[in-house]
Write a protein that binds this ligand. Sequence first.
Ligand SMILES: Cc1cc2nc3c(=O)[nH]c(=O)nc-3n(C[C@H](O)[C@H](O)[C@H](O)COP(=O)(O)OP(=O)(O)OC[C@H]3O[C@@H](n4cnc5c(N)ncnc54)[C@H](O)[C@@H]3O)c2cc1C
Length: 507
Amino acid sequence: MHDVVIAGAGPVGLFVANELALSGRSVLVLERDQDPHPPSKALPLGLRGLNAGSAETFHRRGLLEAVLKESGADPHKVGAAPEAVEPPAPRELSHFAGMTLDAAGVDTAALCFRLPSPAMEGFMTSLEAVTSVLAEQAATLGVEIIRDAAVTAVSQDDEATVTTAGGRRYRSRWLVGCDGGRSAVRRLAGFDFVGTGPLCTGYVAQVTFADPAQLPFGFNLTDNGMYLRTPLEGHLGMLDFDGGAFDRSRPVTREHLQTVLHRVFGTDVTLDEVHLASSFTDRAMQVGTYRQGRVLLAGDAAHIHSPLGGQGLNLGIGDAMNLGWKLAATLHGTAPDGLLDTYTSERHPVGAAVLDWSRAQVATMNPGPNAPALRKLVHDLMRTTEGTTHVYRRTSGLFHHYDLGDGHPLLGRSAPDFRFEDGTHLGDLLHTGQGVALDFTDDSALHGATRRWEGRIRYASGRVRNSLGLTALLIRPDGAVVWAAPHAPDPAAFAQAAGQWFGTPSS
Ligand SMILES: Cc1cc2nc3c(=O)[nH]c(=O)nc-3n(C[C@H](O)[C@H](O)[C@H](O)COP(=O)(O)OP(=O)(O)OC[C@H]3O[C@@H](n4cnc5c(N)ncnc54)[C@H](O)[C@@H]3O)c2cc1C
């Protein structure tokens, strides 16, 4: 019997598996597909944008360099220069409803608690690149992956049991469904899945155009929808406001794509060939709780929405980082009461906000007589400093806030990447998946207090380049700040926060 069975070897399933294996848990991943490298995960269809928050997450597990390399992304564009004292201004901004933002418009003074880090910006990657790096790490950590093993039945009592298509049964103490938007685990375990229906069908395809020069690059909003052309050879995306009428069990044929392109673009551009195509909708749905007994959900299994603004993968990686250490501590028997339930209470609101963000984009793009007026209003607002800064805060993935009660403004936020004088960043200290106590004062009493959570909390002391006015912090394995001391650190206050998140101290 394994500690945890995970359904789905997509990016989220692999990330959760690695988090658990990092803390010594036995993990089995069951994956439906035989081929780990299907063409749909490679460029161009597998093109994905990771935001700065995901870059930071990979940095915190020592994987950023590998993901950047596999993605062909430039580390200098993603991180601050090693000797930078001030954080660079944001360089890359996303879009809202196809309207791009100007990074120079962000009010950097409003972005408090940012520090120079190797992970300041998002970057473009592919599903293939991300899953390859995670699968390699999984192999190193001893995660077992069985392919061609679709989960078809789930039951639970004092353990979880899954059956795969071949009739084999696997028992585990916990089951995590990371099996994507049409999750079998979600359905079989009886999770409620609610939200809003579709207004449109979207398409991504790799095609050969008879006359590519006719289709401009970038996001193009039209009277009937939107199309996107990226610099990747033959890469075409479209949104067709058909009320979600396209039957997605049907293959996307050349004739169908041609009709949709004509409707969306308004002029004939001939598609000579369609090499690969898939469809999606803007249905925005989420489970009411991320846990039912011994079954948990993460990633697209827990929430689906349109890919507009590229947030699904980022959201799923955030789920995985939040869940992994909590489930590991539960299995170790060190988790304080209710720790696992904070997975839902923290991640559900973050997911709900992303769903609303995607709904707002679809509403703004939805054609009709009033559409130009709404788009102009949104466009004008986005041109203001407050508007640009707001969109940056919402899409960069760096500024979400878990409600951990009153206190220092950093409580419940992602910790700034403090840099010690020897060049070590906080992100480096988080590689082992333990919590981190940062002590900028070399306080022996605080050091003594941290020893009581040996193996759960790492202690690091010394002078940092910029302490942001703090003397000490306690940071969870996922990088969230749970205690921040602006004055001389109080070991009793530290012990209270440590007990709340890391459980009873060893005697
Ligand atoms: C066109 C498009 C563009 C996108 N662009 C972006 C972007 O730029 N940025 C971003 O953040 N997000 C983007 N997304 C969303 C992103 O791809 C998903 O949110 C992300 O892949 C979800 O990861 P996951 O691991 O939860 O699910 P998946 O990637 O769907 O992986 C699920 C895995 O489970 C397996 N599986 C399914 N059923 C079973 C079963 N019964 N048993 C066992 N295994 C099973 C599947 O084979 C698969 O390997 C985009 C999505 C689309 C469609």
